[in-house]
Every structure is written in C-alpha cells, then in structure tokens.
Design a protein around this ligand. Structure first.
Ligand code: ADP
Ligand code: ZN
Ligand code: ZN
Length: 735
C-alpha cells in the first residue's frame, strides 16, 4: 500500500489549492480526469482528480480515502485538464471552481455520464386499441397515447414529454389504468450520430473571401486570424467553407457565438449549408440536454459544436478548428465568479491544441488589431459587402438646431415616413429600456433615486412603477415630490416612450419593441426576431439586442436616437465601445439590394469622434484610439487586473483593499502601478459599498507572479471575511 499514489483532487470550494486523497479501498485507482466522491470536512463532495502524486505534505495516515469513483474512464482528457489548469492560473481563480464551471451541472452533482432516464411508452395492447373512439371522450389521453405509439418501443423520456405536454401525468395515469402505457428506466445512450444530409450550395466566394480562406487553409498548426469584415461582407460564408473543410478532414469544429447570436437563423443556415445537425450549447438548454451535447462533443459524434461563452470548455475528441464570431462582443467575458474571457481562452486552447482559430468581427477589438499590427495574428479583411449590397449612407442630425419631440427629431421623423412609404423597414435604436430614465420634480428638481444604489430609478410607465436597473428594486411611481409636493414628471426617453411616440406618429405602421423587458418570456426573443426578419413589423424600436448580427432583409433605415451617451465616457474604452455599437447597429441597414440610410442624432455633431467615424469608419476610430492607448499606456500596451470588494460598510470594503495594496507593493517591490483603493464608479449598489484597486503593468509576467502570491494571502486574510472580493484579470468593465 505504501506506493499507492496520492490523488490531487479539485473540489468546488473557493480555495486556491488541490486536496489530497488516497484511492478508494478495494477499487481501482481513479485516473486524472475522473471524478471522485470524497469526504470533505463533515460533508461529502464530488471532486475531479487532476493529477497523481507520489507524496503529500500530510502523513499518509492523515490522508482520507476516496469513497467512490463514479467514472469508469476519465471524463476529461489531458488537454481538457490543461485548459482547466491554465484558466485557474491565468485568472487566479480556485481550480476546483474552474473545474466545476467546465463541466455540466449533472456531472458536477455526481450523476453518471449516461444517466438512467425515466421513460414512458405505449404497451403492446395499445396497438390494437381504438384511439379514435378515445379521442371523442378523452382527447388529452388520446393525444398522449398517439404520441407514445408514434415514438415506438423506447417511448419518450419524461423530461422531454413534460416540455411538450406539461400536464401529461394525469392522462398517463388514466391510460395506465387501462394497461395501455408503461413506465421504465433507460440509459441515455446517445442516438446514432445523424447521417449527413444534403448540403445546399452557397454563393461562390469573392476574391476577398477566397484570400481569407486561402490564408487560413495554408496555415499549419496554431494560427490566429482576425476576420475583419464589414457587416454583411460574407464572414459567415468564410466560416462555412472552413467548417466544411475541417469536417471533411474528419475534425470537429467549435464555434463560439455571443449570447444572443445563437439564433434560429444561424442554426438553420449551418444546418442547411453543411448538411449536418449542429450540436448546441447555450443557457436555454435543460441540464439533460446540455449533458447530451457535452457527451456528443466529448466522444466525437458532434462534428460541429456551436455554443455561447462556457462552451469554450467543452471537451472535443478531435478538434480541428475554433471560430469566435463577433469577437468584440462583451458576452464573451464572464462578469462574475470566474471572470474569464471565452475569446481569450479559445485562443489559448487553439494554441495548446496546435490548431487554427478564426476571430470574426466588423468591429474588432483594439487588443486583436494590435496583435495584427505586431504580426502575431493574421489580419484578413473583407472591406466590401458581399453580393449586391452597398454600404449605408450615414449622416448626423444636430439636436441643437432641429425641433424634436419625445426624442425624435424632425429630420429623422421625415426619413422614417419616406422609408415607410417605400415599404422599407425602420430600426430605431436607443440603448435605454423603460419609459424614461428619470422621474423629476417639476417644482424643486428632486429626482427619484434607488434606496439601495447610487443611481436613479427608471420610469416604467405601463406598470406604473419605478425600477432600478442595477439592483432590480421597484416601487410604485411617486405622483408628488416627497420634498415639495409638486408633481413628478418623467424626464428623457426610454424605448417604451419612443414606442408610444412612434405608434402615435405612424398609426398605420406596425411598431415592435425589442428589449430585455419585451423578451423576458422564454422564446419571446426568437419569436420577435422571426417577425422582424419576415417583415411583420414596419418599425423596430429597441436596445443593443437589436444591433447584434441579425439580418433583417427589408430594413433600410437605422435611426440612432441618443448617440451621445458614451461620447464623454471616462473609461479608456469608451470610444472603441461607442464606435462598435454604432457601427454594429448601422450595419443592419440595407443588407440586400436597397441602399440603407443611417441617421445619428447628436447634440455634438462637430465632435471629432463623429467626423472620424463617418469619414473613416470603424478602422479610423480604432487607429486613433490605439494611438491614444499607446500614449497613455493603457491596454493592449499594458496589462490590467482589478481587485474588487463589496461590503455593507464602506470602511470594510476599503480596508480589505488597503491590505491587498500593501501586499502588492511588497510583492512587486514597486514594479506595478497600483491605483486605489477608490470607491467604484457606482459606490453603492444593492445596499453594498463597492471599492476597487487597479493594478497595471507592462510586464505581464510580473503582474501574474504577484497575483499568484497574492491570492492565497487574501484567502487567509481576516479582513476578507467582512467583504465579497474578486480578482478580475483583463477587466472589460472598470467598475
Ligand atoms: P457577415 O457574416 O459578414 O455579416 P454573411 O456571410 O451573412 O455576412 O453574408 C451577408 C449576405 O451576403 C448573405 O445574404 C450571404 O448569403 C451573401 N453573400 C456572402 N458571400 C457572398 C458571395 N461571395 N456572393 C454573393 N453573396 C454572398
Ligand atoms: Zn420637489
Ligand atoms: Zn438599485
């Protein structure tokens, strides 16, 4: 027994270390990548074996034994374990929590890879039963029986059944009483991988697309390329060619898309053009569906895996290509817990696997453009729209010189009428949901504030409520001012107010609002996008949600209502962000044969930003912004890490960061720039005071070396008990 290995186990607890265990008594020794059930304190936990070691810091008789090893074979291979370790190292996040984030919930809970599922099916007797007669007396029972008869001998698992017929149980009991149905457990072995269907041919690639495909195809091993193509330039066509080639070569492809980029439109296009069923991984799946997709990816049956952020961790038996679509999208960065960038991990993973990675965007981030400048990534550009589509004509409207009502200027209103008259579709963009961003007193100017945040409450007129968009708290609208009793009035515009105004002005047009309020119900978003795509709405009004990747064939006019939000932002990324959101939403206009028009309402039409954007496009803004970053030594010319803390008392939040700052200065010996601690830009949110400490360095190694030592120190720090704290490496939000 003396030469039994010690198992290094990752456990889902917020501690930056592995835990030592001995193999289970009697059983075989679980290999790295397998799960183990272990005693942990007085509880039991499911952990993941990360490595075997010959020794431990503990004496052997103090090391506890694994209770049970549920996996016959490792769940994760060496490459998958590598990614977990890399993520934990790079983001300075406890490895057990990373491992937990990397595997599906059911596996995390210790369920088997192929769980037993409850199934229901029709019995033999049911085949000779008169269903039609039953349908007259008990239509619900007949519906269920019909479905089970169609499903065959294995029947249907109850989870899928419940989705189709929520109240199936009742009918089932009645049918069971007549011995027409039965119930049993079945192992969820994956169905045979679907045979490849017919692939529909696409357009012939134009010269720019061919050049891009050629460059990527010529590369061997790891190769990162930025596919920098204006909206509608045919980036997706390039992906399709690369995917088809990788699959023909017998390799799997992973495509990462933004949270709302995984639309039925995209899935249908992939399916029909490739002749295969893409395997999806996104937040809308049930735990069982997610496990099934994960299993198919892991065993190599899934040729094409398309998923949002966390899909970057999906094990792939035989990966050949990774694609990140809309690489600039912020949903690739997780903003809580394990604060990773799926885009950056995708690149790291491709490098480790020695395969190509393609990052596409019409508005690439400065980080990626900088990699192109230094020659480490290839810059592939698609400067023109594909097919017949022309770039839209863009102009500003000076809000200081034109009359406007409820947020709509006269020139924009006229343009809307003109486009509607020619049966064009119109998109009005305002990145502010609700009716009005502020409720203000007409007498003394007092504004309604959130009691729990340093923030104003948003007016939601339809519900007659004020809502805080930061903490979710809500209360009825105040009719009168608490200070002076004068009447309160909504100030400014939100999407609901614009919707009302558009309905009033264009009574014969169908107005549809798309924002997170209008799309809360499951499936509402897809439904709304479907209607917009089919041209069943004439005027779309909405937030960011509308700006991303959608193809609305009839859309010819985009109106940007309040473009000045962000023009004077304090974040070093504000210009980049503003340009990205304007260019993305503008890119929805005129994607087919009719030329699009984009109108930007601004109170500052002569601001150099607008000149640059209108004359030189995103590339010009990016070039200037990159120069500014270089001069000011902001990323990508330096690296950042942000320590955050939040506490019910402001002093506690600051004290913890003071301790951290002292630790950083000692560890870095003055080699890092330490800014703070300071209050977060929104110092109080949901009743907690928030503070932050920014670390900056041009020396990435030094920054990481410091964080590696700092993290365990902070975990052991008494001041940490009074706060919630986190380390954010490469933060994208500086608050
Ligand atoms: P992106 O992903 O850059 O927005 P898409 O690949 O969706 O662009 O292409 C935009 C439109 O142009 C689509 O309708 C697509 O079918 C069409 N398209 C793409 N490439 C070509 C091409 N080479 N010839 C003709 N049409 C094309
Ligand atoms: Zn007042
Ligand atoms: Zn609030």
């Amino acid at each position: 027994m003396g030469n039994e290995p010690v198992l290094k186990v990752a456990i889902n607890v917020p501690l930056s270390r592995l835990f030592d265990y001995l193999p289970p008594a009697g059983g075989s020794c679980p290999p790295p990548g397998a799960r183990v059930r272990v005693p942990f304190g007085r509880q039991r936990q499911v952990g993941l074996v990360v490595a075997h070691a010959s020794g431990s810091d503990l004496p052997r008789d103090k090391i506890r034994r694994v209770l049970e090893a549920p996996d016959d074979a490792p769940l994760l291979g060496d490459d998958d374990l590598w990614l977990i370790n890399f993520t934990s190292d790079y983001y300075h996040h406890p490895v057990g929590e990373v491992a937990a984030a990397a595997i599906p919930a059911l596996l995390r809970q210790g369920r088997p890879l192929n769980p037993l599922l409850r199934h229901v099916a029709a019995t033999d007797a049911a085949h000779s039963f008169d269903v039609e007669a039953l349908a007259k007396k008990a239509p619900r029972q007949a519906e269920l029986l019909e479905m089970l008869l169609d499903a065959g001998g294995n029947g249907v698992d109850v989870e899928s059944l419940a989705e189709q017929i929520p109240a199936w149980r009742r009918s089932f009991r009645a049918l069971a009483g007549k011995a027409l149905v039965t119930e049993f457990d079945l192992r969820a072995d994956d169905p045979e991988p679907p045979s490849r269907g017919e692939a529909v041919a696409g357009p012939t690639l134009n010269a720019d697309q061919q050049a891009a495909v050629g460059t990527i195809r010529a590369a061997t091993g790891f190769h990162a390329s930025i596919l920098d193509g204006v909206t509608g330039s045919g980036k997706t066509e390039v992906y399709l060619h690369l995917i088809a080639e990788a699959i023909s070569a017998g390799r799997q492809v992973l495509v990462l898309v933004p949270e709302i980029g995984l639309t039925p439109q995209l899935v249908a296009r992939l399916r029909s053009r490739l002749g295969i069923e893409p395997v999806l991984l996104h937040s809308g799946l049930t735990d069982l569906e997610r496990l099934r997709s994960w299993r198919q990816a892991r065993n190599g049956d899934a040729l094409l895996v398309v998923g949002t952020r966390s899909a970057v961790f999906t094990p792939l038996a035989n990966a050949g290509l990774i694609i990140v679509d809309e690489e600039h999208d912020h949903s690739f960065k997780q903003q809580e817990g394990l604060r990773y960038s799926a885009r950056d991990l995708a690149i790291a993973r491709a490098k480790h696997l020695d395969i190509p990675v393609v990052l596409g965007s019409a508005t690439p981030t400065l980080e990626m453009l900088h990699h192109c400048e230094t020659g480490s990534y290839a810059h592939l550009s698609l400067p023109r729209r594909a097919g017949a589509a022309q770039p839209p004509a863009v102009r500003t409207v000076d809000l200081g010189r034109t009359a406007s009502s409820e947020g709509l200027s006269e020139p924009l209103a006229q343009a809307i009428s003109a486009h509607l008259a020619e049966s064009g579709q119109v998109l009005i963009y305002l990145n502010r949901r609700g009716f009005a961003p502020t409720l203000i007193c007409s007498g003394c100017g007092h504004v309604a504030e959130c009691p729990r945040c340093d923030s104003r409450m948003t007016v939601h007129a339809r519900e007659g409520r004020l809502r805080c968009h930061h903490c979710g708290s809500a209360r009825p609208l105040d009719e009168h001012c608490g200070e002076c009793s004068a009447a309160m009035r909504p100030l400014g515009e939100g999407t609901q107010r614009l919707e009302d105004e558009l309905v009033r002005r264009y009574p014969r047009s169908r107005v549809m609002r798309i924002d997170s309020d209008s799309t809360q119900r499951k499936g509402a978003m897809d439904e709304a996008l479907g209607r917009a795509t089919r041209g069943e709405a004439d005027i779309l009004v909405g937030t960011q949600m509308l700006s991303k990747g959608h193809h609305f064939p009839k859309l010819t006019l985009v109106g940007i209502v309040n473009a000045d939000q962000g023009l004077f932002g304090t974040d070093f990324r504000s210009d980049e962000r503003l340009a990205q959101s304007i260019v993305q939403v503008a890119g929805r206009a005129g994607r087919e044969s009719r030329i699009g028009e984009v109108i930007i309402q601004t109170a500052f039409p002569s601001h150099p930003f607008w000149q640059r954007l209108i004359d030189g496009g995103y590339a010009a803004v990016a070039r200037d912004a990159l120069d500014e970053r270089r001069a000011a030594n902001w990323p990508p010319f330096s690296r950042l890490a942000l320590l955050r803390s939040a506490a019910t008392r402001r002093g506690d939040a600051h004290e913890f960061l003071e301790v951290a700052a002292t630790g950083v200065n000692r560890l870095a010996k003055g080699g890092l720039r330490v800014l703070g601690p300071v209050d977060a830009p929104m110092a109080r949110r949901a009743g907690r005071y928030r503070a932050q400490l920014l670390l900056q360095s041009t020396d990435r190694r030094l920054l990481h070396a410091v964080l590696r030592e700092l993290r365990p120190m902070l975990e052991a720090e008494p001041a940490a008990r009074k706060v919630r704290w986190s380390i954010d490496v490469d933060p994208v939000e500086l608050f």
